[in-house]
Design a protein around this ligand. Structure first.
Ligand code: F6R
Length: 598
């Protein structure tokens, strides 16, 4: 996501800040800025675009204290105005922020009524006005009072005019202090600090910190001072970018629970209040996408029909644009994590040309698709560096469920209680993902079954048919093993001819699903051809385990929501197979993160 840096010491702060932001570039960003204490006053420089755009316009700052930020837009499009830092109306305070302020609309209304003048479309700007509202001479106290007013997640750093102090606070967003001699540093990511110091203090949720060149004081949420021993970091800057993971892909899989949290944050209330898709008068829905996003769309079809009873059709974006379009689809939902896929953009234009209402589900604020459609739902998974979609796919699933629940509640298919119960299952989904991630080493162990395979089959039924297509896609793109996904019922119509003891089959069967018994029958057919079966099912499912050579166990999940943990388990499976084969996991051959050609 976004990046924060802060410095107070004897060096030219602007150089330290720009260097720190440069080291955070790998996280992805669309604008950047710094706030400096210059001759006792605050000075700001911020620009949309890459750091070199900011660098070119940067005045020759001489000050020794400042904060900086790289922004990856989540609320308000990328622009100079929406870039951080933000400065208070009186020009005496400035802040940068990572995270999402959930109650910003209500806070903004209140602050505007008090006379605060807002200049951006962001949720973040409320923080600087709140800080100004609370500021009575003590920066740390004002920040403590500010965060007690906000709901959401944050890492915040604040500076004030005429001072060497930086105050910071965190909740569910990382923040780390770097300790130097007569200088101290602050960052959202240790990567930004490593060229200056390897002695760091990790700030924990609810804590605030006050930093000057001569010291750092930490306070807990009750205001009591805390003592903490520094940690010595032994990582290289490269290691640090990956947060200690060997590859970005694994890091991004592990970011799944947090991404789910961010996707749901805010959107759930908007669903309950009917703000997502405010008009729901349509008889059918068409979902259009490419690759993994198309698999998310397939899950979306099941969810849409289950929760909303709305007939839903699917089309690959590359086909939709050339299809006859005999009947207009009232609502066309385009799913694209990058928002830049050429085929999906062309499909969006075609849908509008046909007079359809269009909604995009995308991860990138301000991406091209957002300008081509009527409505947008953001997945807020944060930037994804690994080429293979992992956390962005996961959050597309969440978006599909949310839309289906919204439409189902709006058209009366779901009662208020059923809507709330479905939303509560979505809330729990990050725990299910976490529990899969807590047990990755058992998935690593069973993944050895695939090491020598030339071909692999993935089979599932119903809502887990698409997750098996996605499992096969993930395995083939990062390990280069030929993998195919099938609806399990289709095996006997042809593919069964290919099975023998050299072709492992990965089969998902979720106890409680109405297709469970049928899946067991399909797995028996496979086992009878001597194919080794790796089962994916819920804990304690001995019936499934008896048919399979090895098992991946998932937490007990409602079948309808099982694609969420199944997806993560299969991402981990592919990762370990590809890693042992020495593949270029983050940049598979012949593939690109954004496919901007047709
Ligand atoms: C596979 C993968 C691709 C993308 C596809 C569409 O891991 O990432 O299949 O899903 O290229 O990309 P977006 O979602 O950006 O339109």
């Amino acid at each position: 996501m976004c990046g924060i840096v802060g410095y107070s010491g004897h060096r030219r702060a602007s150089e330290v800040l720009m260097d720190g932001l440069k080291r955070l570039e790998y996280r992805g960003y669309d604008s950047a800025g710094i706030a400096m204490v210059e001759d006792g006053h605050l000075a700001l420089a911020k620009k949309q675009g890459e750091l070199n755009v900011l660098q070119k316009t940067l005045p020759k700052f001489e000050g020794h204290t400042g904060i900086g930020h790289t922004r990856w837009a989540t609320c308000g499009r990328p622009s100079d105005r929406n870039a951080h830092p933000f400065i208070s109306c009186d020009g005496r305070l400035a802040i940068v922020h990572n995270g999402i302020i959930e109650n910003y609309s209500a806070l903004r209304e209140k602050l505007e009524a008090e006379g605060h003048n807002f200049t951006s479309e962001t949720d973040t700007e409320v923080i600087v006005h709140l800080l100004e509202h609370h500021y009575k001479g003590d920066l740390r106290q004002a920040l403590t009072d500010t965060v007690s007013d906000v709901q959401g997640t944050y890492a915040i750093a604040a500076v004030k005019e005429g001072s060497e102090e930086i105050a910071a606070a965190r909740k569910e967003n990382p923040l780390v202090i770097g300790l130097g001699v007569k200088e101290n540093f602050l960052a959202s990511d240790v990567t930004a600090l490593l060229s200056y110091t390897n002695k760091v203090l990790y700030i924990l949720d609810g804590e605030t910190v006050l930093l000057t060149p001569n010291g750092v004081t930490l306070h807990d949420q009750d205001g009591a001072e805390i003592q903490r021993e520094p940690t010595v970091v032994t990582w290289s800057a490269e290691d640090a970018q990956k947060g200690g993971f060997e590859h970005f892909m694994l890091k991004e899989i592990f970011e799944g629970p947090n991404s789910i949290h961010n996707t749901l944050l805010g959107a759930l209330d908007m669903i309950e209040n009917g703000e997502v898709l405010p008009r729901i008068e349509f008889q059918s829905v068409k979902l259009v996408a490419c690759g993994s996003s198309y698999h998310a769309a397939m899950v979306g079809k099941y969810a849409m029909e289950e929760f909303a009873g709305v007939p839903t059709t699917l089309e690959l974006a590359s086909e939709y644009r050339y299809s006859p379009g005999a009947r207009e689809d009232p609502l066309v939902i385009l799913i694209t994590q990058s928002g830049e896929t050429a085929d999906t953009l062309a499909a969006a234009r075609e849908a509008r040309r046909r007079g359809c209402r269009t909604l995009a589900v995308t991860n990138v604020v301000g991406s091209t698709i957002t300008r081509e459609v009527d409505e947008v739902l953001y997945t807020r998974a944060g930037p994804e560096i690994g080429v293979a979609a992992t956390k962005t796919f996961l959050t597309q699933l969440l978006a599909m469920y949310m839309l289906a629940i919204r439409i189902g509640y709006g058209n009366g298919t779901l009662s208020h209680d059923s809507m709330r119960s479905a939303l509560s299952s979505l809330r729990q989904s990050s725990n299910f993902v976490q529990s899969v991630l807590n047990d990755v080493h058992s998935i690593e162990e069973v993944s050895r079954m695939l090491d020598n395979a030339v071909h692999c089959f993935f089979i599932g039924r119903n809502i887990n048919y698409p997750t098996m297509l996605e499992g096969a896609l993930k395995l083939k793109e990062i390990s280069y093993i030929h993998a195919e996904g099938f609806a399990a019922g289709e095996l006997k119509h042809g593919p069964l001819a290919l099975l023998d003891s050299t072709t492992p089959v990965i089969a998902v069967a979720i106890k409680g699903d109405h297709t469970y018994e049928k899946m067991l029958a399909n797995i028996s057919e496979v086992a009878a051809r001597d194919s080794p079966v790796l089962g994916v099912g819920v804990e304690g499912d001995n019936d499934l385990a008896r048919l399979c050579e090895k098992m991946i166990y998932l937490p007990r999940v409602k079948p309808m929501f099982s694609p969420i943990p199944v997806t993560v388990a299969l991402q981990v499976l592919s990762y370990y197979v590809a890693n042992r084969r020495g593949c270029s996991i983050d940049k598979p051959k012949n593939l690109a993160k954004s496919v901007t050609v047709e």
